[in-house]
Design a protein around this ligand. Structure first.
Ligand code: C5P
Length: 220
């Protein structure tokens, strides 16, 4: 069978990562977490003293770090200049700064090229999750999914993952990040015209996974 390319976009807390990983594992596909790549470049900027309030400083450094993503859905990895950064990219510091870094066009160009080359090299196919995969990175994807959920459901899920973090504070920080991601000029968070929208508010993770697996199988 030819390689199948699946794009899964949506705001944070909609279950994108859990869904994408499980769908890829069930169907024998590779998996790419593009948010982890933006987090990794942000981590590098923070650690190398780049002023993240200065877009031209970010642009000038955009090509410097080497970012390598491991695409096995049962154990995805992310490394910067040979260092495993899977833990450090999830800190509150990186989370609060990633939208500013990912809004810089030079950063997007660099990371988009990387994503396209990873997708092109995925033998059986790949599930790629992010914000602009269906609209910009892989506009010819075989299947595009746009996941949504109410702000309350998203905040509850995310604070559950963060083990007891304050739901109200988590909700505020999610809403702020989504507004920044949706409002930026270069390839904002958006639903592609030909994407299938799935509202996950009242669905279990298992139901969302089954729904997406069925949609992929219809395309193969
Ligand atoms: O998915 P995750 O929450 O890890 O993404 C972190 C951030 O990376 C997003 O808030 C957004 O600023 C950026 N991002 C992006 N484009 C993507 C994936 C993530 O701009 N395709």
């Amino acid at each position: 069978a030819p390689a199948v390319i699946v794009a899964i976009d949506g705001p944070s807390g909609t279950g994108k990562s859990s869904t994408s990983k499980a769908v890829a594992a069930q169907l024998g596909l590779s998996y790419l977490d593009t948010g982890a790549q933006y987090r990794a470049i942000t981590w590098w900027m923070v650690n190398n003293g780049i002023d993240i309030t200065d877009p031209s400083a970010i642009a000038g450094a955009a090509d410097k770090p080497e970012i390598v993503s491991g695409t096995d859905p049962s154990g995805p990895t992310i490394a910067v200049d040979g260092t495993d950064v899977a833990g450090p990219i999830r800190t509150e510091e990186v989370t609060s700064k990633v939208s500013a870094v990912s809004a810089v066009p030079e950063v997007r160009t660099r990371i988009t090229e990387l994503q396209r080359s990873i997708a092109a090299g995925a033998g059986a196919g790949i599930v790629v999750e992010g914000r602009d995969i269906g609209t910009t990175v892989l506009p010819d994807a075989d299947l595009k999914i746009f996941l949504t959920a109410s702000p309350e459901a998203r905040a509850a899920r995310r604070s559950g993952e963060l083990k007891g973090a304050d739901v109200a504070a988590t909700r505020d920080s999610l809403i702020k990040r989504d507004a920044a991601d949706s409002g930026r000029k270069t390839s904002p968070l958006a639903k592609a015209g030909d994407a299938v929208e799935v509202d996950t508010t009242d669905l279990t993770l298992q139901q969302v996974i089954e729904c997406v697996v069925t949609l992929v199988e219809e395309k193969r």
